[in-house]
Design a protein around this ligand. Structure first.
Ligand code: GUN
Length: 295
């Protein structure tokens, strides 16, 4: 069996086209241009690349965006001051502090300083609480993207057993909290398997849908899957590959070749979940600008 490929690039393009249209209408009808502020601390090259591509997406959407790049030795209070300034700036509807931050800065203090109505990452405790209790809120972009990928590829999670591998606050836990809500596009039975399990395969084999978010290259193999299941690979890992000129390539947390022999559908890496994260960030920024979630 060879799995159907779930095309994240194409689904992300549909979502972005929608957001662009809605943004145009918001501008014409209410004179509001969604604005997103990026804050980048230090010179992590992956973070720089992510912020650049998010900024480019803002341009495509017709959004206003600003990027503040601060040196690695910026103090926590300087960073908090900058956040407060954006909290009060009426042209800015979303604030994204790119993670990770330098070690001397307390990440949770930074997240809590962001006005939760501008927290387009969905990391603020108010948004986490609202997500868990099923209230409207800004939701973490990658997990929201996982839900969109499932629904828009004809794999509605309702009534299915979703096995999430990984319990991070950025992916694993919010994927669980999104998919188990008694709501449209959710209502799944969700299990989280993680490094505390003696044998992860014991759980993944039960999944109608398996969401891989372990952060390790190609560890989820076909032998660990139920035939015909849907596999969503959240991993982005750079591995050495001497056969290519760059010397490395990007792989997911799933061993694609073996998994696609067993699964019914699977997301590729790159071109699966990755593009969805940015699309959902654009959607969150639009929602923050309209104010619809906290009316
Ligand atoms: N670093 C890696 N992923 C993310 C994310 O989703 N948001 C932010 N702000 N930083 C990240």
């Amino acid at each position: 069996m060879s799995a159907a490929i779930i095309d994240g690039k194409q689904i992300a393009a549909q979502i972005k086209a929608n957001v662009r249209e809605e943004a145009e209408r918001l501008k014409n009808e209410r004179g509001i241009v969604p604005g997103l502020a990026f804050i980048l601390v230090g010179d992590n090259s992956a973070s720089q690349m992510y912020v650049r591509s998010k900024g480019k997406a803002c341009e495509e959407m017709g959004f206003h965006s600003v990027t503040e790049t601060l040196p690695a030795d910026t103090s926590q209070s300087q960073l908090l001051d900058l956040i407060r300034m954006f909290n009060h700036n009426p042209r800015i509807h979303g604030i994204l502090v790119q993670l990770p931050l330098p070690k001397h800065i307390d990440e949770s203090k930074v997240i809590e300083a962001i006005d939760y109505r501008k927290d387009v990452d969905g990391f603020h405790p108010v948004n986490v609480g609202r997500l868990v209790t099923g209230q409207p809120c800004l939701r973490p972009c990658t997990p929201a993207g996982v839900q969109e990928l499932l629904c828009r590829s004809g794999n509605d999670p309702a009534g299915k057993h979703v096995v999430v591998v990984g319990r991070s606050n950025i992916v694993g836990k919010p994927v669980m909290n999104i998919l188990l809500q008694k709501q449209k596009g959710a209502n799944a039975v969700v299990t989280i398997a993680h490094t505390g399990a003696h044998d992860i395969a014991e759980f993944t084999k039960l999944g109608d849908i398996v969401v891989a978010a372990l952060g390790k290259p190609e560890v989820l193999t076909g032998a660990m899957l139920k035939p015909g299941c849907v596999v969503i690979d959240v991993g982005i890992n750079r591995v050495e590959d001497k056969s290519v000129t760059s010397g490395s390539r990007i792989v997911g947390d799933v061993h694609f070749a073996s998994a696609s022999e067993v699964a019914g559908a699977i997301t590729p890496v790159p071109g699966g979940v990755g593009p969805m994260t940015i699309a959902m960030l654009m959607k969150n920024t639009l929602d923050a600008a309209t104010g619809v979630l906290y009316a």
